[in-house]
Design a protein. Structure first.
Length: 320
């Protein structure tokens, strides 16, 4: 008889043979920065997550720093929007102000900016609209302007999330041409048109005013297409390849891990977070254990980096 239970007999032996573990070093914590003053608003569909104005941000960043979470991913919510999302390349825009504020006051935090337009456009889509759809090639020059503005503000990494074809090549060229050749890119390489994004749209005020994003985000039914998308980002110069969402796409995370020699990130998105929080509040699950099991599954699937709203909670457990 094979007695595999021998190595499960107590916690010490389980720890010794454990194949996968979580570390605070694995996590990036998303932050929502809203233009204005005296703003600290909890997002109803994401318990524990808030929008902050810059004057209210320090308490949150103090906690992130004390927990030794290495990086934050910034999403900006501007005071004004237009058809092109021109605030994204405003050197005095909310994202640029946030980068400068954090780099000045929290120099040990690694700052990543989301590069997209949906929070900044009046129509809520990720680029220039022509004929009731996003015009891919007309959007690329604006992406270039946005990343150069973020770079000038002092960001450590840019993360383009719009799924426009040619984005990584455009960004790499724009950064290299302006002397920011050392600035890395984390590509949202395999981003699905997912129903799990719902709470994020409340958080970032980014719901599309018409239609949906299925003409530029991937069909959740497709797997091989994910490898093609990641290959294009790899060839065009992405330094990190990401899968979004995470929990329903663990097979895609493993595909990227098996096929690329670059760091693999995943985004544990708002809907994944909200489901665990809601079920735990009802007493239907042990929220802490399910949180940890979910994140472990992403790490086990091959993720080197996990972007998660749970980062602070997990860090508190790991730092005990």
């Amino acid at each position: 008889m094979f007695r595999t239970r021998r190595l499960r007999k107590n916690e010490n032996i389980r720890r010794l043979v454990r194949e996968t573990s979580l570390s605070v070093n694995d996590f990036i914590y998303p932050l929502f920065i809203e233009e204005g003053v005296n703003i600290e608003t909890e997002i109803a569909s994401m318990p524990g997550i808030k929008r902050f104005s810059l004057d209210k941000l320090s308490k949150e960043l103090d906690e992130v720093s004390a927990l030794k979470i290495p990086a934050v991913l910034l999403f900006g919510i501007p005071a004004k929007k237009d058809d092109t999302g021109s605030e994204t390349w405003n050197d005095e825009g909310i994202m640029q102000q946030a980068v400068r504020f954090i780099k000045k006051n929290y120099p040990n935090l690694y700052v990543i900016t989301d590069v997209c337009f949906c929070e900044y456009t009046s129509h809520g889509h990720c680029g220039i609209i022509h004929n009731h759809d996003v015009d891919n090639d007309a959007t690329l020059p604006n992406i270039a302007k946005q990343v150069v503005s973020h770079a000038k503000a002092g960001v450590d990494m840019v993360a383009p999330s719009g799924m426009m074809d040619g984005t990584i090549e455009t960004i790499r060229q724009a950064l290299d041409d302006t002397g920011f050749y050392d600035l890395p890119i984390m590509g949202y390489s395999v981003k699905f048109a997912s129903a799990f994004y719902g709470p994020f749209r409340d958080a970032a005020d980014s719901a599309p005013a018409f239609g949906d994003r299925r003409t530029y985000q991937m069909d959740p039914a497709n797997r091989n297409e994910g490898l093609r998308e990641a290959t294009y980002d790899d060839v065009e110069g992405a330094d990190i390849l990401m899968v979004k969402p995470a929990l329903s796409y663990l097979d895609i995370i493993r595909d990227l891990k098996n096929n690329f020699d670059k760091p693999i990130a995943c985004y544990n998105v708002s809907g994944e977070y909200a489901m665990i929080k809601a079920a735990a509040e009802k007493g239907w699950i042990d929220g802490e254990r399910v949180m940890m099991e979910s994140l472990l599954s992403m790490k086990r699937a091959g993720a080197d980096i996990i972007i998660t709203y749970f980062a602070k909670e997990v860090a508190k457990l790991l730092n005990k």
